[in-house]
Design a binder for this molecule. Structure first.
Ligand code: GTP
Ligand code: MG
Length: 456
């Protein structure tokens, strides 16, 4: 490994590890001192690195929870290490967190930088003052560092680090791959942002029934679930709550917003970047069209998803925009998603007929290399929220049951459009009865096969 500095994209993909962190079961006092040590090293080795500082901030939230308000910094490193890295008798054997502590320090100060890591390890050894066991422990630290940075398997077992090493490797594996970039575009309110939420399985971007996305949002997937959303909107925030995610920073003059979260999915985890764009036909603000057309023409994406709102098919705005895409995006794969099909009403609408009409209509435009995909993004989002046991409000619960029953019917079942996409048999999954019904919905609304199709 010779790259030293992580790119912003890579930093956004890094997940942290608190749920199963070995010191979760320790006292608050122990945890505070442990974080004090991390802070001492961050101050010393990454004092100007906003990412390291914010990742450190997440240790306070992730390990201390509500007690984070009682956190105080203490810089007596000798005393702190004596306490946090000492040997103690636990369940009848001698045990120490000194290796775990080193991994956390390296994660914060030099995750991708082996040269800096060596300097950090030297300082750690110096501060530990293990003069009486010098050679033995020094060898152990080198072995551990080689495992992290040169991926050399170690012979010895060290306390409390197996899961942490797995997570380190998962992060590494994830960030060395280039994310597949998928741009999503449409006229206003077609469901671009809802589709992004369905693919991430979370409400990560704002949706509403009037023009609402006004900047380009790049949503990166994280290596594993850590319950932290990152957002860069003029400033870096690595613990973005729903309010912070839904609102733009007015003082940021750039048109780009970056964010990341773990994408809930049933396909193998792959690094992805979903690009949400403003609707192009919003007459209230012409800049929306300009901003979107610019990113489309920049061509910095691997796949383009064009969304049609099934409630308003064949409009002049649609034809105008399809022509723009057909004329300007000849060299990229395109997926045309017909969205909101759950809104169809059996007495007046016919899904098969409408999809066929769209198919025929598209022949007028010289669209290369495209596939037509009927979906209900809203149903996909609700199905995932249910499967991951999120609380959803009463309105959504009512809608969910109606849509679920509707999409089960043959006439509406959108999974029939994806018979060529091989999905693992849901019977093999260990779902409860209720989860099974929402997994079925995820398939019936098209999102499950759609996700497979666009990520492959
Ligand atoms: N019933 C139903 N509603 C949907 C679906 N997809 C989106 N919606 C609703 O349509 C409205 C617009 O959705 P958005 O995702 O905000 O649309 P958008 O394309 O991002 O809109 P702009 O960013 O303003 O261009 C919201 O009220 C969504 O809840 C769907 O599949 N079914
Ligand atoms: Mg939007």
């Amino acid at each position: 490994m010779n790259q030293i500095e992580l790119s912003i994209e890579q930093k956004l993909s890094l997940a942290q590890n608190f749920v199963n962190h070995p010191i979760q079961s320790e006292s608050i006092d122990y945890k505070i001192k442990y974080i004090n040590v991390l802070e001492w090293f961050v101050n010393r080795f990454s004092p100007n690195d906003i990412f390291s500082k914010q990742l450190l901030g997440n240790y306070k939230v992730g390990l201390l929870g509500v007690e984070a308000i009682n956190y105080q910094y203490n810089d007596n490193i000798e005393e702190l290490l004596k306490f946090t890295a000492k040997l103690r008798l636990k369940k009848w054997h001698w045990f120490s967190y000194r290796y775990l502590l080193l991994i956390d320090i390296l994660f914060l100060c030099s995750f991708f930088d082996p040269i800096k890591a060596n300097i950090v390890v030297e300082e750690y050894k110096k501060q530990l003052k293990l003069w009486f066991y010098k050679n033995k422990y020094y060898r152990n630290f080198s072995e551990l560092t080689s495992e992290l940075y040169v991926e050399q398997k170690r012979d010895l077992q060290f306390d409390a680090i197996d899961d942490v090493i797995l997570k380190w490797q998962k992060n590494l594996e994830f960030i060395v791959q280039k994310p597949k970039k998928i741009l999503i575009t449409a006229n206003m309110s077609a469901g671009k942002s809802t589709l992004i939420n369905a693919l991430t399985g979370k409400r990560i971007v704002k949706t509403q029934n009037m023009a609402c996305t006004s900047k380009v949002h790049y949503i990166y997937s994280k290596a594993f679930e850590d319950e932290f959303n990152y957002k860069i909107d003029g400033e870096v925030c690595l613990n973005a709550d729903i309010k912070y995610l839904m609102n733009n920073n007015e003082s940021n003059t750039d048109n780009k917003i970056l964010a990341s979260t773990y994408f809930r999915n049933f396909i193998v985890d792959k690094p992805l970047c979903l690009i949400d764009t403003p609707g192009v036909n919003y007459s209230g603000n012409i800049s929306h069209q300009k901003i979107t057309q610019e990113v489309i023409l920049e061509k910095d994406y691997d796949l383009l998803i064009y969304i049609m709102n099934a409630e308003y098919l064949g409009t002049d705005d649609e034809h105008r925009y399809l022509k723009f895409i057909a004329d300007n995006v000849k060299d990229k794969k395109i997926v045309v998603a017909v969205n909101k099909l759950d809104r169809f009403n059996a007495r007046e609408d016919d899904v098969t007929l409408s999809v066929n009409e769209v198919f025929n209509d598209l022949k007028k435009f010289n669209l290369n290399n495209y596939r037509l995909c009927p979906i209900s993004a809203y149903a996909g989002l609700l199905a995932k929220e249910k499967l991951w046991h999120d609380d959803i409000d009463e309105f959504d619960v009512d809608e969910l049951e109606l849509i679920r029953r509707k999409l089960k019917k043959e006439k509406y079942n959108l999974s029939s459009y994806y018979s060529d996409i091989l999905l693992k048999d849901s019977n093999n999954r260990d779902f409860s009865k209720s989860d099974k019904k929402y997994f079925e919905l995820l398939a019936n609304c098209g999102i499950l096969p759609f996700e497979k199709l666009i990520t492959e």
